[in-house]
Design a protein around this ligand. Sequence first.
Ligand code: ASP
Ligand code: MG
Length: 595
Amino acid sequence: MSLIVQKFGGTSVADTEKIRAAARKAIRAQKAGHRVVMVVSAMGKNTDTLLDLASQISDEPPAREMDMLLSTGEQVSVALVAMAIHSMGSKAVSLTGGQIGLKTDNSFSKARIQSIDTGRIERLLDAGNIVVAAGFQGIDDDLNITTLGRGGSDTTAVALAAVLGADACEINTDVDGVYTTDPRLLAEARRVDVISYDEMLELASLGAGVMHSRSIEFAKKFEVPIHVRSSFSDQDGTMIVAQPESETAPVSGAALTRDEARVTVLGVPDVPGMSQKIFSAIAAQKVAVDMVVQNVGTSGKADVSFTVAGGELKKTLAALEGILDSLGADGVTHDDQVSKVSVVGLGMAHQKAVAASMFRALAEANVNIHMITTSEIKISCLVPRDQANEALRAVHEAFSLDQRPSDAKTWNEIKASNAKEADVADVVARLQNDALEALTLTDISIVPAQARVTLDGVPDQVGVAADMFEQIGEAGIFVDMIVQGYDGEDGSTSVSFTVEQADLDAAQKVAREICGKHSMRDVRGASGITKLSVSGIGLRSHTQVGTVLFEQLASAGINVEMIATSELQVNVVIQSDQAGDAATRLKQAFAEALH
Ligand code: ASP
Ligand code: MG
């Protein structure tokens, strides 16, 4: 018999009427022949109310007591939902995190799930009950109550779906699915029938608020199809599965991260170990670094630029202050009036000129690009904040995101191809091997025989990036990584990109033409470089990946020439003759996490 996990978020159980509606939805699913497990969040804004209460008592409440307090929100709603089901003549039992045997580590307020004991849930389902489980909470080895972090009920729901071998995990929420971009920002945003895990992971980390990132990581790891739909109707929403909506569209979604700040460390000696010093000092302040651009140095010095969330700028500058002298760097500049526009799509990995199209769209909207980073399925541009909305609109339109791709799969095709028999034995075996939410690294790989071209003194003006990459595309050259950052000297920027070794001469020739046309300072090319990629799930939420990577490279005396990070990959460009050594060291360092 099929099993469905139905998650209801706070807005979907905000009052007693909505609680009854959620109960009816679960009963309908049960009557249609499914075994039903509900996962429920705290009513409405109850978690915020509890947080506020705590702050009135203490500035620094003990973390353990905070989790004790916050977990009560979910306890209220599961009891009420179970009562509602009873009052409608069906059977239901509510359970707390501890009662479903959801074991976590003891990092209060951001606990990670280690295991879930399904015995009790199975017995209750066998006896004909709807099981109503409290989201967001668990217990540690000492039976302390823990919580999983804001929005954590999604994670509970997907984790339960994985261990129970559910056919689907329904996320019932106040939106009716996933959109090509935030519909509150752009009326043209289109609801999609399907989006891939990888695309959703990238979009979620860019702030698309539909789901908790960790829940999507779980779903990907255990191949749980997720169905995001409105709790207020029975309409189909969006399926999050392994495959994308279209096989041909290069871009599936666009996102705006409004409140970013750019920081540049100027004149960093271009020797191994510098990135590690900078980023470990910032990581020690628990600040997550976002776009990272390291320009290849001229005269033995490099500039390292990166972005952080606007609210973390102060902390970041303070952390840098402490290490500037020991770095031997020239200084630090920053800009707190910037936003990041990104496009995401599995299709762009194998298509030429996607970046050029994005740059052209921004140029036509008269938006100047301050910084660029690309990874396999994401391109991000840093733009002036006062033009952020126009920038988003321009790229959304450029990739026709408002229109359904002609080869998009139909709803029934998606459902049919994902209606697989869950391999419960396999999931259980994998669960025994490692903690549920342990870091998953899937691969450490090298792409040899690459070359780099760097343009210095690129005027920081509208349309320059578009011109450059269109011209390179017209010459038939496939560009892989692109980074553009500040070089601070005269307000100009420097742009580096990688191509296949065999294309270096052609690429340099085009670059020299571009250099002349836009009066840039210089073109430099380097061959004999290799791209080293660490791939996995949750690389950004497990910040130690970057730290370990830089530490390993630094201790081997390996200089990092370019860096690009995303939710799914950390890519660095290094000298080819050091690549073998680097890969071996990383495989050793990550041995435990690597499967
Ligand atoms: N109630 C928790 C929160 O508001 C968990 C959740 O809603 O997912 O963050
Ligand atoms: Mg919530």
